[in-house]
Ligand binder design. Sequence first.
Ligand code: KG4
Ligand code: ZN
Length: 353
Amino acid sequence: MNILGIETSCDETSAAMLCHGEVRSNVVSSQRCHTLFGGVVPELASREHERLIVAIVEAAVTESNIRKNELDVIAATAGPGLIGAVMVGLCFAQGMAYALKIPFVPVNHIEAHIFSPFINEGSSYPPPEGRFVSLTVSGGHTLLSLVEQDLSYRVIGRTLDDAAGEAFDKTGKMLGLPYPAGPVIDKLAMSGNPAFHLFPRALTSASQSSKNYHGNFDFSFSGLKTSVLTWLQKQSAEYIEAHKADIAASIQSAIVSVLVEKTIAAARSQRIKAVSMAGGVSANSALRNAMKTACDKAGITLHVPAAVYSTDNAAMIATLASLKLSRGMRAECRYNIAPYASFTAGARKAGLK
Ligand code: KG4
Ligand code: ZN
């Protein structure tokens, strides 16, 4: 089966071709126009998607060596995301499927992240086989889910405030780093000391409120943000500049240690021996190393896609459509699927808990 996937939920315009389960192409264009503003400007994002969508889809189809009339299905993100941005890819995909008279499959972006470890290409980790605990960490979401063999899943923990990616981006902005700061902190931290300053780790065994910790798989990163801000305000500009790498490493360590501790605790509590990571933050090298070490110690198998499939990409959209179709979902020739902005609204629509 030849599936064209399209993703435009935030600031990446992406199209990918999945042919008989193999990623033949995955073209991703990351919008640079937001850097100046220190965050994604929704209106600019939609306009950029509009400008690029035809060229990106053409590039993905051409690179795959599949002709458009050989496409069997088109899949696109229907949400959650910036509504105008989602709408560009969703309308384009439904229009194209309608013109080609082939079925269209709407995909939930967060679910696509959750199932991205099923993408084999370029990963040194195997795809999951049975039940697994998924840590999904992106710019807008931080979720722990319990995924069953039949691909149904239940969210068992989520952030109470900021997402992990937001914590990277906002604390990075305080350090004067460009948007998105996550990958910049990752690089900077490589030459820094993670024990330089101990920033708070909320809702963990080490936190003040450890009585609230046991069996609690929720996250909170807003306290970290405040703590970084107030600590930086007490330091001189010269001191911050001289210790930028140490501060970056200390912030990263605070985020990573919480993510690892909660994920392993969740797997233990469910007696599950498999853990996966997905979403932009899971491209973080310190998180990958720390999670691998913790999993090895606990006798847990780790499943992580290659870094290009951790951040936003259309291959994961086509992959989830393929998984659903191979498990009996019927693709319909309906081309009036509406976009949605929030994960819960989308999950409700899809009939999930
Ligand atoms: O999944 P994603 O590409 O888009 C969303 O759905 O949000 O995630 C983007 C987030 C941003 O916050 C970005 O800073 C973060 O992922 N990110 C990273 C790294 N690469 C991307 N955070 C830490 N380390 C990285 N290497
Ligand atoms: Zn994402």
